[in-house]
Write a protein that binds this ligand. Structure first.
Ligand SMILES: [Zn+2]
Length: 492
């Protein structure tokens, strides 16, 4: 008998598998199962051994009394979204067969639900992992469980800051940000400077689903050509002076043979196209850093639509594929409308920006047709101006951590602030420490976006006894089984 070409079948799309690229197929109907919980949203079963399966719930389909919204922990991993309560599950399940497994608790540690394991080995998740991922990526955790009024007040406060910021002298801006630091630093989610919950949840899910399947789950590694992590260098140019003093940062990169991306504001200062071309001739990339850097690009949807044509024209003039929003201002629903191949305006975690929060991951993800590239190292301005660190330790430590977790260290520095020797020296120390790492992929943002799209457009197929990558990433992508690294992959 030939082994099945996919590892799993499911009754509907399973967002987590789409993200990590586990081979599965959506089929019309589930086989009848005696253990079936009546109100589960979907089922997933291993094709090779369909005796056990994974069920998941979608809490938003339940009445409010049967669900909790907001942040919670799964087996100790902090996540956010909606979860079906233990009481609701107990009413529906044969509790003698469906035992309580990992605890799902509220942020204060009080149990609200539990992952259930059937005596036959099947698993029931009281939440939808795909919804949890989207809630984290979109920063939806900020509004979940809050009143609409509170969310509106928060939105107004942020818009107010962006409106007055351009008229505040820079030292006043910095003092204001320092004053807010103690308040913002107290925010316990996302944790700072590292929030690993998406990575932790992914490992947990792969492990548990591997348990259901009775063998490690195959998926596509995050990085191409056997690389283990990515280092991506980006700069936002705030003023014409910043563009003029770009050598403060660029010289270090050139010495080490590295390339970077320069995000320019379309209509705030003049840049000589020949100087832009000189950067591109060195292998650098240009991105668009908003229209005027006045806090209004994403102030309203109407204004965004009015400003977009001018931003698109700048992108065409510079051959830009990507967008970086001034002051990381962002609106999840609007970003794909920008029409760029990628956006890089969301930090993984940053309680210090005027719009605090983060997407909780150091890996790229798809947002509609657009790839989001999270800013994953704290900004130069935060580290040295707001927090007044003497050196770049936080950059070095976090980059080492990202390398160990196979993430993307995406650095954002500003030539405008590089007259502070701590910025220029810290940047040099960061690059000299990691540029020769044998496992790193040095990539420009548009290269990462293009790779991520290729990976998302590829799948695994079993041919003979082995898993092969089929699609645009074939030839560069590697297959991983479960959560262990394959031996052959350790030497890139
Ligand atoms: Zn800026």
């Amino acid at each position: 008998m030939t082994p099945p070409a996919v590892a799993f079948e499911a009754t509907e799309p399973f967002g987590f598998f789409d993200h990590v690229r586990v081979p599965y197929r959506v089929v019309r109907a589930s086989r009848p199962r005696p253990a079936a919980p009546v109100r589960a949203a979907g089922t997933l079963w291993p094709v090779a051994d369909p005796g056990t399966c994974l069920w998941w719930c979608r809490a938003e389909e339940r009445p409010a009394s049967e669900r909790r919204s907001g942040r919670f922990t799964v087996d100790g991993i902090p996540v956010a979204g909606r979860v079906v309560t233990d009481e609701a599950l107990d009413r529906e399940l044969d509790t003698a067969a469906w035992r309580r497994d990992a605890v799902v608790a509220d942020p204060d540690g009080r149990p609200v639900s539990s992952v259930r394991r059937h005596v036959d080995g099947s698993l029931l998740l009281p939440f939808d992992p795909g919804e949890v991922l989207t809630t984290l990526w979109s920063e939806g955790y900020r509004d979940l469980g809050r009143s609409g009024l509170l969310s509106a007040v928060r939105g107004l406060a942020i818009r107010g800051y962006y409106a007055v910021r351009p008229v505040l002298p820079r030292p006043v801006q910095i003092r204001l940000r320092q004053a807010f630091t103690t308040v913002q630093g107290r925010s316990d989610f996302p944790r700072w400077p590292v929030e690993d919950c998406v990575a932790d949840l992914s490992v947990w899910l792969l492990g548990r689903i591997g348990g259901v399947a009775g063998e490690p789950v195959p998926w596509i590694e995050p990085w191409p050509d056997g690389r283990r992590w990515a280092l991506v260098l980006t700069h936002d140019v705030e003023t014409g002076d910043g563009f003029a003093q770009r050598e403060l940062l660029r010289a270090t990169e050139r010495d080490l043979g590295l390339r970077s991306s320069w995000n320019l504001v379309a209509e705030r200062y003049d840049v000589d196209d020949r100087e832009v071309r000189a950067l591109q001739d060195e292998g650098c990339e240009i991105g668009v850093h908003g229209l005027r850097h006045d806090g209004k690009d994403l102030g309203s949807r109407r204004l965004l639509r009015r400003r977009l044509p001018a931003m698109r024209r700048a992108a065409e003039r510079w051959g830009a594929h990507g967008f970086r929003s001034p002051a990381t201002q962002r609106q999840w629903e609007w970003m794909p409308e920008l029409g760029f191949a990628y956006d890089t305006s969301t930090p993984d975690t940053d309680p210090y920006e005027p719009q605090p929060g983060g997407c909780c991951t150091t890996q790229p993800f798809l947002h509609g047709d657009m790839v989001e590239l999270p800013i994953t190292l704290p900004q130069d301005h935060t580290v040295f101006a707001v927090l007044d660190h003497p050196g770049a330790t936080v950059w070095l430590d976090k980059t080492a951590h990202i390398r160990d977790r196979e993430g993307m260290a995406l650095v954002l520095t500003h030539p405008d602030y590089a007259t502070d020797p701590r910025v220029a020296d810290g940047y040099r120390e960061l690059l000299t420490t990691f540029h020769a790492d044998p496992s790193v992929w040095h990539a420009l943002p548009h290269e990462v976006a293009s790779w991520w799209r290729d990976r998302a457009g590829s799948c695994l197929e079993r041919r003979g006894g082995t898993w092969c990558v089929v699609g645009p990433a074939a030839g560069r992508a590697r297959v991983r089984l479960g959560t262990e690294r394959a031996v052959a992959d350790t030497a890139p």
